[in-house]
Write a protein that binds this ligand. Structure first.
Ligand code: ZN
Ligand code: ZN
Length: 337
């Protein structure tokens, strides 16, 4: 089969012929219909996330069941499927609780085990497959991370977002745009989007933001406080994760507010009694669960989720990653083998 593999950190992907993998006991081979080109893979390519070389990346996948290993049950050959990428051990406390993406083993399909930048990929268990139904695989693939990750973050916030409250969302890039949509679709809160890009602020307004704020404005914090009727936000979601965005997000909270860190920029924020609104809660949110992916797919099927994708042949993977690195991809780039 054709695969795009990474042979050295910092190098280009090499599109080459490799043996088509055979599914073992309990495993399923999926013919890849689309694999989302994710920003995380820029970090993997740079060697910041350790994987074995040569590495076959691609952790946002959908396609069709192509071959079924001995004992694997529940799916038919040819059935369209979405691949849940958080492959945990299946036996520990978090896995048994349905949160396999948080398992210590960190076996993520496409970051470690071979992923979907190829004609085919092997999924180690049918429990990682969800029926795609009539969702286009190229559209469904990025939902497994680009939509699932913000969905899981927003779900953590939903119990606090009662009528009259305000949510602050920092960073309206690919994930933030989904986060904004979930906030507007699932909560009655006023949603304030903070982004330094005028284009992103305009797009956020189109996607339903109640107010947008340029963090470069001298009175940015006053604008946020005014939007929350002076009481501060009930929730702040940071899709950037830099020092400045974390400080801004946490400072926008009211008493007992919740700060959810999603972005991987690696920033930090001092935690002390007086550095935060009283009894604020800080947490991070990493990917999402299989149940949450099922919920995201259900929402996609309603047609109310706006997803912008750009399709590229797998052979153009190096051009796609160059454009990703340069911030030139508008929605989500999906590689089609
Ligand atoms: Zn991803
Ligand atoms: Zn586990």
């Amino acid at each position: 089969m054709k695969a795009a593999r990474l042979h050295e950190f910092g190098g280009d992907f090499v599109v080459e012929e490799v043996p088509t993998p055979e599914p073992g006991a309990g495993e399923v081979r999926v013919r890849v219909g689309g694999s989302g080109a994710c920003h995380s893979d820029l970090h993997v390519r740079a060697g910041e996330i350790p994987v074995h070389l040569p590495a076959l990346l691609g952790h946002e996948n959908a396609g069709w069941v192509d071959a079924i290993g001995p004992g694997a049950e529940g799916f038919e050959i040819g059935e369209p499927v979405v691949v849940f990428g958080g492959w945990g051990c299946g036996r520990c406390r978090v896995c048994l609780g349905g949160q396999e993406q948080l398992c210590d083993t960190m076996r993520w399909g496409g970051i470690g085990p071979d992923g979907g930048y190829a004609d085919y990929m092997v999924v180690p268990s049918t429990r990682h497959l969800l029926a795609a139904g009539d969702l286009d695989p190229a559209l469904a693939a990025p939902l497994t991370d680009a939509a699932l990750t913000p969905y899981s973050a927003v779900k953590k916030a939903l119990p606090r977002l009662v009528p009259g409250t305000t949510a602050v969302l920092v960073g309206a890039g690919g994930l933030g745009q989904y986060g904004l949509q979930f906030l507007k679709l699932l909560s009655p809160a006023t949603v304030v989007v903070v982004d330094s890009s005028a284009d992103k602020r305009r797009l956020a307004l189109e996607l339903g933001a109640d107010q947008v704020v340029d963090p470069a404005d001298a009175d940015a914090m006053e604008q946020i406080k005014a939007a929350s009727h002076g009481e501060g936000a009930a929730v702040a979601l940071d899709f950037v994760g830099a020092d400045a965005t974390m400080r801004l997000g946490a400072s926008s909270l009211g008493p007992q507010g919740l700060f959810v860190l999603v972005g991987l920029a690696g920033g930090s924020f001092p935690f002390s009694f007086f550095s935060l609104p009283v009894q604020a809660t800080l947490t991070s949110s990493s990917w999402g669960s299989r149940n949450e992916l099922e919920e995201v797919l259900a929402m996609a099927r309603t047609g109310r989720l706006v997803s912008t994708i750009e399709r590229y042949p797998l052979g153009e993977i190096n051009d796609v990653f160059a454009r990703l690195a340069a911030g030139q991809v508008q929605g989500r780039a999906v590689l089609i083998p």
